[in-house]
Design a protein around this ligand. Structure first.
Ligand SMILES: Nc1ncnc2c1ncn2[C@@H]1O[C@H](COP(=O)(O)OP(=O)(O)OP(=O)(O)O)[C@@H](O)[C@H]1O
Length: 247
């Protein structure tokens, strides 16, 4: 679904902020994207969405993309309902001037049901909890029938039950053959996915978690910040309480 070779990415008029990115994602794979603040996770997502051009290297993407952005960055005071947000996923299906019809509304309602929010359709998006907003945005990606779903730090601020619900949704999307990229600060969570991509201004490592989540790679990724990872890790990985790495 995604094949990137030696990508270098920067913002218009600015320096290159991410280099040497080489990875591939197959249908149904879940890839965790790890890195410190400013490491380049969002930049990579934006390049995959076509918002930023690569300055070197090549990449190909096959299939429709859907994105689940960081909701605290969205404008939350705009009075749109949860259903309206999901219906935005239907834009592009028909001419821009045509309002969503009954069929689209039924699909949007079904997508909300899929994420367990069928009874919240009429509620204002900005008044939902962070976890509920994330799920509405997953429903929007379902509405787009996205083959590739990009999540930008979706677990930030979620309590344990909400995080577990979102993890189950990510697993379900992958089980349907959709490819899922999830940027996260949670090293413990990334361990459960198929591949991990570590970024810190350049790609540090890409591969299965058991190869990537080593002390050496994490130290390079987080520049020797304290990394806490759960017990039961393969040898060579720092062991201590907690499950998250923050830089
Ligand atoms: N709109 C922008 N214009 C110019 N530079 C930007 C822009 N957005 C991000 N950058 C720069 O790109 C680099 C990577 O930032 P990015 O937002 O991709 O990191 P991140 O890994 O997503 O961080 P965080 O965990 O804080 O969200 C940083 O040096 C940042 O200053």
């Amino acid at each position: 679904m995604i094949d990137a070779r030696g990508l270098a990415i920067g913002y218009r008029g600015g320096p290159t902020v991410l280099t040497d990115v080489t990875f591939s994602v197959m249908p149904g794979e879940r890839v965790g994207v790890l890195g410190p603040n400013g490491g380049g996770k969002t930049t990579l997502m934006r390049a995959l969405l076509g918002e930023l051009e690569s300055r070197a290297g090549t990449f190909t993407i096959e299939g429709r993309q859907g994105t689940v952005p960081q909701t605290e960055r969205s404008r939350l005071d705009y009075p749109v309902s949860a259903l309206d947000v999901v219906l935005m996923g239907a834009l592009g299906r028909g001419p821009w001037w045509r309002r969503p019809g009954r069929a689209e509304r039924a699909l949007a309602q079904a997508a909300l049901e899929r994420v367990g929010l069928e009874d919240r359709a009429r509620e204002t998006f900005g008044e939902l909890s962070g976890g509920q907003r994330q799920r509405v945005l997953v429903a929007r990606a379902l509405m787009q029938d996205a083959d590739i779903v990009l999540f930008d730090e979706p677990f930030t601020g979620l309590d344990t039950p909400s995080a577990a619900r979102l993890t189950a949704l990510i697993d379900a999307l992958a089980a349907e053959g959709r490819s899922v990229l999830v940027s996260t600060h949670d090293v413990g969570q990334a361990r459960a996915w198929d591949h991990v991509l570590c970024l810190n201004g350049r790609m540090i490592e890409f591969g299965p978690p058991e190869h990537v989540l080593t002390e050496t790679v994490l130290a390079e990724t987080y520049e020797h910040a304290v990394i806490r990872i759960p017990d039961g890790w393969p040898r060579g990985v720092t062991q201590s309480a907690g499950a998250s790495a923050r830089a």
